[in-house]
Design a protein around this ligand. Structure first.
Ligand code: O7E
Length: 213
């Protein structure tokens, strides 16, 4: 089986539900992304449990956007809990991002998938890409809802920096279009965890992505 490029956005509150969906879908995933809904619902220890149950990398999507000291304090607890990657906002500036990068593998948001991203983030995308090229994080976030923006970001981003794209399914994006545009990984939440058959939903996406890579 080809290595998966699918990341499950496990945005549920409940611990049992999260563990059950993770176990059912793990065969088709590269990693699991944990965001505030799950951390506020189940506590930080869910990161450790998900790793134990699935053996998959865990991405802590806290979208950190604070001063360097606060970013560092939060990130150190998250890595201590077993997270393999952490997501930070780039717009707060280089020092805040560097504070996190010193602690572990980091993913920087350069453009978001929702309509509001056009207001403030899209106009500064070139500067955020420049920051990523200088700091060389593991990856950046780009919108699967706008494949043309993924292509643009890929064209400006240094080789080796991965592109992770949310916005597939519930937000209207298509996995194969995002990958064709240059995404390395596709992040999907509701389409999988909201399905009556999450394993089948994950398998379908895994297959769709495999057809184009
Ligand atoms: O729409 P869904 O249900 O497939 O979920 C998408 C997930 O990706 C959800 O956790 C959301 O918070 C996240 N996300 C976006 O939808 N858009 C973005 O621009 C960025 C993210 C994200 O993962 O951020 C990482 C910084």
């Amino acid at each position: 089986m080809r290595e998966s490029r699918l990341i499950l956005a496990l945005d549920v509150y409940d611990r049992e539900k999260a563990l059950e969906i993770a176990e059912r879908t793990a065969d088709y995933l590269w990693a699991i992304k944990v965001n505030w809904p799950l951390i506020t619902g189940s506590g930080l220890k869910i990161i450790t449990e998900l790793k134990q149950v699935t053996g998959l990398p865990i991405i802590a999507d806290l979208k950190l956007a604070d001063i360097p000291n606060t970013n560092r304090m939060i990130a150190s607890k998250v890595f201590e809990a077993g997270a393999d990657y952490i997501i930070v906002h780039g717009f707060v500036g280089r020092d805040s991002v560097e504070a996190v990068m010193g602690l572990g593998k980091t993913i920087i948001v350069v453009e978001m998938s929702h309509p509001g991203a056009k207001e403030f983030i899209q106009p500064v995308v070139d500067k955020l890409i420049e920051l990523a090229n200088e700091l060389k994080p593991f990856g950046v976030i780009a919108p699967a809802t706008r494949p043309e923006r993924v292509s643009y970001i890929r064209s400006k981003l240094q080789e080796g920096i991965k592109i992770l794209t949310p916005g597939v399914g519930a937000q209207g994006g298509k996995a194969k279009n995002a990958v064709k545009a240059g995404a390395d990984y596709v992040i999907v939440g509701r389409f999988i965890y909201g399905s009556d058959t999450p394993r089948e939903a994950a398998r379908g996406l895994y297959e769709e992505i495999s057809e184009v890579v």
